[in-house]
Design a protein around this ligand. Structure first.
Ligand code: ASP
Length: 580
């Protein structure tokens, strides 16, 4: 008796045939002597009917939810009034003749059957879900998400293979690759006191592959970054990493947007218009208050610095930047306070406001608002003006955060997929804490050669050949043209405060590689988890990862990280300090 097909694949054409099905009991109901079992496998559920005179009636009476059974029976068309339109198998049922229990099951910690019946799953605390991930993974939503992820990866392989890319694996046990996070260290047993670092990305290896002449590389790569976990980070996560030789920034963007369009078409049947819009970093920040703007809604920021310049409203008169949002609707005071809290959390001094009500400006700072501002912003009846003033970057970012919140609260976000490129990033940013210039992308990114003379005189104005790939307001990718000349790379290290000795000690292998004839090259990495989560319409990347860590970086299922025993520590020459 071998399985003939998946439960979820039974259709009317099979009526009259004998089938053998294997799967889980999604639900068992006892209806006036008849027993109904919804039998489930990864393709879906099908209704099995057991008559009182069937030879397996007694067995059927015993089974419970999540038991694993094998059933042999005959497919029947359901009478039209009993067809279940919610199920793909809803036009048929199977009259069971043999039923064999393959495994019994404990009652699951939470029900998982509803999704498979086309109903909403009960919401369950995430920690409980992660602890019981095997049961959780049985749910339809997670089956769908993981299959979507698989399809995305399969489509990436097809497309890049067609385009002449070669997939090459790079090591997990390696040396530090700086991407701005802390390294995860792995102690060496053979050389106590020495450590491997898990790669934060395959960055240096892919560059060396270009020097080695592979020309087009890609990898679905796991990356490891020991960062404080923000809401949607994982200490290990997956990138689509790629690199190309003898290309310009435009070539890389063009290939990647075709790839994205191909993947979205192949997986969801949605056409993305090409090319994707491109915004400079400065424009994205000025118009949306973000370097990863969500273009699913408008509500753009306006610059009103000049309107207030030298005026009587002291707080704004001398500010480097004053930005305004004109919001549809008269926002109640309570809501403005909540928005102000968001702006302040990002560092704003405050959120100024005024409302246009019955033809006059009222509330907040209305009496300080010059009439020129109303013309400038074309403020209309029933609108609220929100303003932030201060240093440029902080000001736009604070109002950008308010914009995002308003997008959600006012239901402005249109459904769909909005992609764009953000280009012309600054090469360097000033690190207040360290009181020095630091890289914005990574230290191997090429400055825009036009700006090279500024590197000495005005480093903050040097643009990079760097680009970010933004999808519905999240940065799903980032890359750059790399420095391919040893002298420039050395100069860059110096600019970043990495002296020759340190450069040699940490990146000697790269400098060496660059001295053997390096092609101009560049590439990108996509955050695959976020890309798939956005396609799946999931808020959290944990919904598209089979075994994710929780928000504290722990894996509740296996209990990692966990202490190890003395002998293991000793073998690698380590001792754990007494807890402080
Ligand atoms: N290695 C970079 C990152 O992980 C991506 C790139 O520059 O290709 O962000």
């Amino acid at each position: 008796m071998r399985r003939t097909l998946y439960c979820g694949n039974l259709r009317e054409q099979l009526a009259g045939q004998r089938v053998v099905l294997e799967g889980w009991v999604n639900r068992r109901r006892d209806l006036g002597g008849l027993i109904f079992i919804d039998l489930r496998d990864r393709e879906g559920i099908v209704q099995v009917v057991v008559h009182p005179d069937s030879a397996c009636f007694a067995e059927a009476n015993q089974v419970r939810s999540e038991w694993v059974v094998r059933i042999e029976g005959v497919v029947r068309k359901r009478p039209s009034e009993q067809v279940n339109p919610k199920l793909q198998t809803g036009a048929v049922e199977v009259a069971a003749e043999v039923l064999l229990v393959l495994s019994e099951a404990r009652t699951p910690p939470f029900p998982i059957d509803a999704g498979w019946r086309g109903e909403a799953d009960q919401s369950v605390n995430e920690e409980v879900r992660l602890k019981n991930r095997v049961v959780d993974l049985r749910r339809k939503r997670l089956h769908e998400n993981l299959r979507l992820r698989h399809k995305v990866i399969a489509a990436i392989y097809r497309f890049l293979d067609e385009e002449g890319f070669i997939s090459i694996e790079t090591p997990y046990l390696t040396r530090s690759t700086p991407e701005g996070a802390r390294d995860f260290l792995v102690p060496s047993r053979l050389e106590p006191g020495h450590f491997y670092a898990l790669p934060q990305s395959p960055q240096l290896f892919k560059q060396m592959l270009m020097v080695a002449g592979y020309d087009r590389y890609f990898q679905i790569a796991r990356c490891f970054r020991d960062e404080d976990l923000r809401a949607d980070r994982q200490p290990d996560f997956t990138q689509l990493d790629l690199e190309m030789s003898f290309v310009t920034q435009d070539d890389i963007m063009e290939l990647n947007e075709r790839l994205a369009a191909y993947v979205v078409r192949e997986t969801l049947g949605v056409e993305l218009p090409l090319p994707f819009p491109r915004l400079s970093y400065a424009e994205a920040m000025n118009r949306y208050g973000s370097d990863k703007p969500d273009l699913r809604f408008g509500l753009e920021l306006s610059d009103v610095t000049e309107v207030f310049r030298g005026g009587e409203f002291r707080a704004f008169a001398a500010a480097e930047t004053v930005k305004a949002l004109v919001v549809p609707g008269l926002l109640p005071r309570k809501e403005i306070d909540e928005l102000e809290a968001i702006a302040k959390a990002k560092g704003a001094a405050g959120l100024a406001w005024a409302r246009m009500e019955n033809g006059t400006l009222t509330g907040g700072i209305s009496k300080f608002i010059p009439s020129r501002l109303l013309e400038h912003l074309a403020v209309a009846e029933g609108q609220t003006i929100l303003l932030v003033a201060g240093p440029w970057r902080k000001t736009v970012e604070c109002l950008g955060a308010v914009r995002l919140e308003l997008g959600k609260r006012l239901g402005l976000i249109e459904p769909g997929f909005k992609f764009l490129w953000v280009v012309d990033f600054p090469l360097l940013e000033w690190d207040e804490e360290g009181a020095r210039w630091t890289y914005m992308h990574h230290p191997f990114t090429s400055p825009n050669l036009e700006d090279l003379p500024l590197l000495q005189t005005d480093p903050g104005r040097v643009r990079a050949y760097a680009y970010d790939f933004v999808f519905n307001g999240s940065e799903v990718g980032g890359g750059s043209i790399r420095i391919h000349r040893r002298d420039l790379q050395e100069r860059m290290f110096a600019q970043l405060g990495i002296g020759p000795a340190e450069a040699q000690e940490k990146f000697g292998f790269l400098l060496e590689a660059l001295s053997y004839g390096a092609p101009p090259h560049g590439g990108i990495a996509w955050g695959l988890d976020r890309f798939v989560a956005n396609l799946a319409g999931e808020e959290s990347i944990r919904e598209v990862i089979a075994f994710p860590k929780n928000k504290e970086g722990k894996e509740p299922l296996t209990g990692a990280p966990a202490p190890v025993d003395e002998a293991q520590l000793k073998a690698v020459g380590l001792a754990v300090l007494e807890e402080a």
